[in-house]
Design a protein around this ligand. Structure first.
Ligand code: UDP
Length: 325
């Protein structure tokens, strides 16, 4: 009998990729998703329970029915700029939602909780690459809401009797190499889907800020392939953590690309010249976020990024755009 894994947000971009990987490795992923942004056709690797993480009755029933030992918590709101306009919503879903889930996990005897955190917890770090010891001072409600989730887990792990793995993802990007799953293009706010849409549709692309203190004046990010992110979860499950203990990792490649470098990659892969508009900086954006301390996750979990070239990441996203029609 395959081990059941409870995956909140399993119908979403990263969650669905993780469910696919889990199923391929003999686990049974149970998706718990309110389908606010998830796609029903992405839930094809195990059962779906439609529910909200803030709905205690629904969560109780689902955890009672499936009795998972491991919970992967992806369900969240993830748009930095939106979080500056809708902070209450972000604190409710990301912070309160995580606490509500932790409480239910305690009641239902969950042993390992894997939390999707973010590089945004570092705010505008004074060092690059960012070490795990770099102070966490977020500069937007999204980063704060995720840091609160981390804090709840730090403080509650012993009480809940769970081992906790916290992954601070840098910029999850790319799409399933088999082009069965992928990022959402419609209404996307993230860089690579926006660039691909602009290339495919011939619409202008806006660079938010060309006066950052970086080599070419545009923001620098560490783009980590979504399959590599999923693989980190599998590695964590194969190397569990003792009850009451919390371990935190940066999940990135350890190399940064500027917005202009990503733009050039998209132009190469799509063989299209993109029409540019230079705009002011976007609210809440840090100038540079590149993952450091990657050796921690290599040494402790045996994980490393497979897709280290931006062109491979962009190519998979582009192929998904073409497949998703
Ligand atoms: N960006 C941009 N134009 C866009 C979308 C994003 O210039 O249409 C920039 C954004 O300002 C940031 C970088 O691309 O510097 C990565 O943004 P994204 O939203 O992909 O990820 P974030 O790091 O904000 O989570």
């Amino acid at each position: 009998m395959s081990e059941t894994v409870f995956v909140t947000g399993g119908a979403g971009y990263i969650g669905s990729q993780c469910c696919k990987l889990l199923a391929a490795n003999g686990y049974r992923p149970v998706t718990y998703d309110n389908m606010s942004s998830g796609r029903p056709e992405f839930v094809r690797y195990g059962p779906l329970v439609e529910g909200d993480i803030l709905d205690g009755f629904r969560l109780d029933a689902a955890l009672q029915e499936y009795r998972p030992k491991t919970v992967l918590h992806f369900a969240a709101l993830i748009e930095v700029e939106e979080s500056t306009r809708e902070p209450i919503l972000y604190y409710d879903v990301n912070a309160c939602g995580t606490l509500a889930l932790v409480e239910k996990c305690k009641e239902h005897g969950v042993e390992h909780f894997i939390f999707s955190s973010t590089a945004a917890v570092y705010g505008e770090p004074s060092v690059s690459p960012v070490k795990l010891s770099t102070p966490t001072t977020p500069i937007n409600p999204y980063g704060w809401s995720k840091l609160m989730g981390e804090r709840f887990l730090q403080d509650c792990a012993v009480d809940a009797g769970m081992g906790v793995t916290i992954f601070r993802y840098f910029n999850a990007s790319g799409s399933d190499p088999d082009a069965e799953l992928g990022v959402r293009f419609e209404g996307a706010s993230h860089l690579i889907p926006r660039l691909i849409s602009a290339a495919a549709e011939g619409t202008p692309f806006s660079i938010f800020g060309t006066d950052y203190d970086t080599a070419d004046g545009t923001c620098v990010r560490d783009y980590i392939h979504v399959l590599d992110v999923a693989n980190a979860h599998l590695a964590a499950m194969k190397s569990p953590v003792d009850a009451g203990h919390v371990r935190t990792f940066n999940i990135g490649v350890g190399r940064g690309y500027s917005v202009r470098e990503v733009l050039e990659s998209v132009e190469r892969i799509t063989e299209t010249k993109i029409d540019l508009q230079l705009k002011d900086q976007r609210a809440g954006d840090a100038s540079e976020l590149v993952a450091g301390d990657i050796d921690e996750v290599v040494n402790m979990l045996g994980w490393h990024a497979e897709f280290t070239e931006i062109d491979d990441i962009v190519f998979h996203a582009w192929r998904w755009y073409c497949a998703d029609g």
